[in-house]
Design a protein around this ligand. Structure first.
Ligand code: HEC
Ligand code: HEC
Ligand code: HEC
Ligand code: HEC
Ligand code: HEC
Ligand code: HEC
Ligand code: HEC
Ligand code: HEC
Ligand code: HEC
Ligand code: HEC
Ligand code: HEC
Ligand code: HEC
Ligand code: HEC
Length: 338
């Protein structure tokens, strides 16, 4: 019964095909690929036609709506596949016409705002992390994303001119903020922010910029310790740095602590006598505990601490050649252990 009626239907159809075909003369696809029963209404379940083959996938919302919503004339090849041909560009061409760069046909929400900003070289981090979109994108519609420019000064020109501590304009500071301000920071002030590339802490906590920046340009300066501290190296009183061939990379032994202390002379352990490791770790306070004469570090004393003569004599009563002198102690105990 079904076969017969559909046969009749298609015979009728064949006769009237071109009279009834609303799809225009270019349609190459068999009517049966889409139409199945007595009605011209489309039953999506029965469709053997696969839309993906026409070069425009129907996804999400597009896959739920009627064919006619897009193909209003029913002449299928009259539609275009770019999004703007069917959807209003609410952004007024401020982000171009490649809508798919940010949108899918799921809905118009965009869940990759952070990525978008990274791609633009302006990650929303630090002070910018928790701002509202309109704080920066202030078009009336709130949907136009005109170029703002990534340069700090584009948005912070007022900030610059209203500075007082220090007054940037009067100090002749550049308007390229990131020369001195960390773009990742939460604020314009505070440690780890200004001058982050060469922290001004401890011994370098100096308000007077000209203590270091002596030339006319801020760039005309080296970060190498020795470039500013050559005379300190040459004149170091307690240890003859040059004589001992100490490195001019001061950071090997020094931090920025005032008075160049602490100084961690780790090589002492391997080269001379273990003081940062072994039995004497933590037993001394200053180098002069052993080196009583700062003018000659080859001199040292053990008995300044090991001063209980009778007990030591006791300890060594089985040891031949024992004498109570620092040189003797050192020659039998070169590592300060048994
Ligand atoms: C690729 C699928 C497809 C093919 C192939 C196809 N049609 Fe259609 N046809 C449709 C769709 C979709 C509609 C609109 C149905 C709806 O509104 O539910 C339609 C509607 C129609 C209508 C009704 C028009 C109206 O105004 O309601 C007729 C008549 C029709 N088609 C005839 C044909 C004939 C004849 C052929 C073969 C030459 C054909 N169609 C091939 C998809 C197709
Ligand atoms: C979201 C919109 C949309 C919906 C819904 C949609 N189409 Fe399309 N369709 C398109 C676009 C866009 C093209 C054109 C692709 C191209 O030419 O690059 C197209 C192309 C076609 C073509 C090929 C036309 C040709 O000759 O090149 C056919 C046939 C077609 N659609 C049938 C259908 C049928 C049947 C349905 C319903 C099941 C449907 N479409 C639903 C957007 C849609
Ligand atoms: C041929 C016309 C056509 C093309 C091309 C087209 N769409 Fe659509 N789209 C529609 C229609 C029709 C609807 C359903 C009605 C509506 O919501 O506007 C729709 C719905 C949507 C929706 C759902 C809107 C909502 O409120 O639920 C989104 C999102 C969408 N389209 C995005 C896109 C994107 C992105 C592109 C390009 C990749 C695109 N569309 C290309 C016709 C089209
Ligand atoms: C650079 C990314 C980007 C591009 C490209 C883009 N949009 Fe958007 N669009 C957005 C963002 C962001 C929103 C706001 C979404 C949100 O709040 O989640 C939006 C929102 C929308 C909305 C919803 C508006 C409303 O009132 O809520 C529509 C419609 C829309 N876009 C259409 C388009 C169309 C059409 C194109 C192509 C011409 C396009 N968009 C291109 C980023 C983009
Ligand atoms: C601190 C300022 C700031 C905030 C806050 C901000 N943006 Fe942006 N946005 C920018 C800058 C800078 C760009 C880079 C492009 C440019 O120069 O305009 C940009 C670019 C964009 C673009 C365009 C991307 C493109 O590729 O064309 C979109 C869309 C966008 N932002 C959406 C948003 C949305 C949505 C929010 C809120 C969730 C937001 N922005 C918050 C500064 C900001
Ligand atoms: C697209 C505009 C825009 C750009 C570009 C921009 N900012 Fe901002 N920034 C803002 C807005 C808006 C605020 C919040 C209002 C304010 O404090 O001025 C802000 C706040 C800040 C704050 C926090 C101020 C405070 O006192 O809380 C700092 C720090 C900051 N920005 C640094 C920078 C730096 C550094 C750059 C360059 C790498 C930069 N900004 C580029 C728009 C921008
Ligand atoms: C040559 C270095 C330098 C440059 C370039 C620079 N700053 Fe500063 N800025 C400083 C110093 C130094 C401070 C004081 C830091 C502190 O107190 O921790 C400071 C502090 C600030 C302060 C807080 C103090 C106040 O008076 O409000 C703001 C705001 C500020 N800068 C904004 C900017 C902006 C905006 C730019 C770029 C347009 C910029 N700065 C460029 C060196 C600079
Ligand atoms: C203790 C020494 C010292 C002090 C004090 C000091 N700076 Fe610097 N500054 C340096 C060094 C070293 C560099 C180079 C860092 C590098 O190249 O890695 C530098 C670099 C800079 C630069 C970057 C120049 C460029 O071309 O990249 C600016 C700007 C700057 N300083 C501003 C200041 C300002 C403003 C002050 C005073 C508030 C100041 N500095 C105080 C040592 C100092
Ligand atoms: C651009 C010049 C400059 C550079 C580079 C520099 N300093 Fe300084 N430093 C100074 C100035 C100026 C002072 C303060 C005056 C003084 O004590 O010589 C200072 C002070 C110090 C002090 C405190 C000295 C004391 O007597 O309290 C230490 C420690 C120090 N610097 C270590 C270093 C180390 C380590 C480096 C290399 C990582 C270095 N400095 C690089 C200019 C510089
Ligand atoms: C191999 C380790 C080492 C290196 C490298 C080194 N120092 Fe020292 N420095 C020391 C030790 C150890 C002391 C003595 C600390 C003490 O007395 O507590 C010292 C002390 C100093 C003192 C204080 C001396 C005094 O007069 O009392 C100055 C100044 C000094 N160093 C400058 C420098 C400078 C500048 C550099 C780099 C150019 C440098 N040092 C590199 C180990 C080193
Ligand atoms: C617990 C004792 C002890 C302490 C503390 C100590 N030293 Fe020594 N140091 C020695 C001994 C032992 C030698 C080996 C002497 C020898 O080989 O002539 C030595 C050797 C040296 C030498 C090589 C002397 C030379 O001319 O060969 C230097 C330089 C030196 N010490 C510096 C220091 C400095 C700087 C400190 C403090 C950071 C320090 N020492 C702390 C015991 C000590
Ligand atoms: C600043 C004081 C001080 C100086 C100087 C000193 N010592 Fe000691 N020494 C100690 C202390 C305290 C102990 C005990 C450590 C322990 O038992 O943990 C010790 C332990 C020893 C021991 C016994 C290790 C063991 O295994 O029990 C020997 C050996 C020794 N020292 C040798 C020397 C020699 C050699 C020198 C001179 C180069 C020297 N000491 C300089 C404080 C010092
Ligand atoms: C001729 C080599 C020699 C000389 C010199 C010498 N010692 Fe010893 N010392 C030894 C020997 C070997 C032992 C191990 C004795 C034992 O275990 O019975 C020892 C043991 C020790 C002990 C460990 C005692 C214990 O409680 O186990 C100390 C502390 C010590 N010596 C310190 C010194 C000091 C300080 C001097 C210099 C005044 C010194 N020694 C000189 C060879 C020497």
């Amino acid at each position: 019964m079904y076969r017969l009626s559909s046969l009749i239907f298609f015979l009728l159809l064949a006769g009237n095909a071109w009279a009834q075909n609303p799809h225009g003369p270019d349609l190459k696809i068999d009517c049966k690929a889409c139409h199945t029963s007595g009605s011209w209404k489309i039953d999506r379940e029965q469709l053997s036609f696969n839309h993906d083959t026409v070069g425009f996938e129907l996804e999400y919302r597009h896959n739920e709506i009627d064919c006619r919503e897009c193909h209003t004339t029913l002449v299928f090849n009259e539609v275009e596949s770019n999004c703007v041909s069917c959807h209003d560009d609410v952004h007024s061409m401020s982000v171009g016409d490649d809508c798919a760069r940010c949108h899918t046909s799921k809905n118009w929400l965009v869940d990759k705002i952070p990525e978008i900003h990274e791609e633009n070289g302006f990650p929303l981090v630090g002070a910018h992390f928790s701002l509202a979109c309109v704080d920066c994108h202030d078009s009336e519609t709130g949907l136009r994303w005109e170029r703002l420019g990534n340069d700090c000064f584009n948005c912070h020109d007022d900030t610059y001119y209203s500075t007082t501590a220090p007054n940037h304009e009067a100090s002749g500071f550049s308007t390229d903020c990131i020369q001195c301000h960390d773009p990742l920071s939460e604020s314009w002030t505070g440690s780890g922010n200004f001058h982050f590339f060469f922290p001004l802490t401890d011994g370098h906590d100096i308000a007077d910029c000209t203590a270091c920046h002596k030339g006319s340009s801020y760039s005309d300066i080296s970060p190498e310790c020795i470039s500013c501290h050559q005379s300190d190296y040459n004149n170091a009183q307690s240890v003859d740095h040059a004589g001992l061939n100490f490195s001019t990379d001061c950071t090997q032994c020094h931090g920025m602590g005032p008075g160049w202390s602490p100084a961690n002379f780790d090589d002492h352990d391997g080269n001379f006598f273990p003081i940062y490791s072994g039995k004497h770790q933590g037993t001394w306070n200053t180098c002069t505990d052993c080196h009583l004469n700062v003018n000659d570090y080859s001199e040292f004393s053990c008995i300044i601490c090991h001063d209980n003569q009778s007990e030591l004599a006791n300890d060594h009563d089985e040891v031949s050649g024992y004498t109570y002198s620092s040189d003797a102690c050192y020659s039998c105990h070169p590592k300060g252990d048994e």
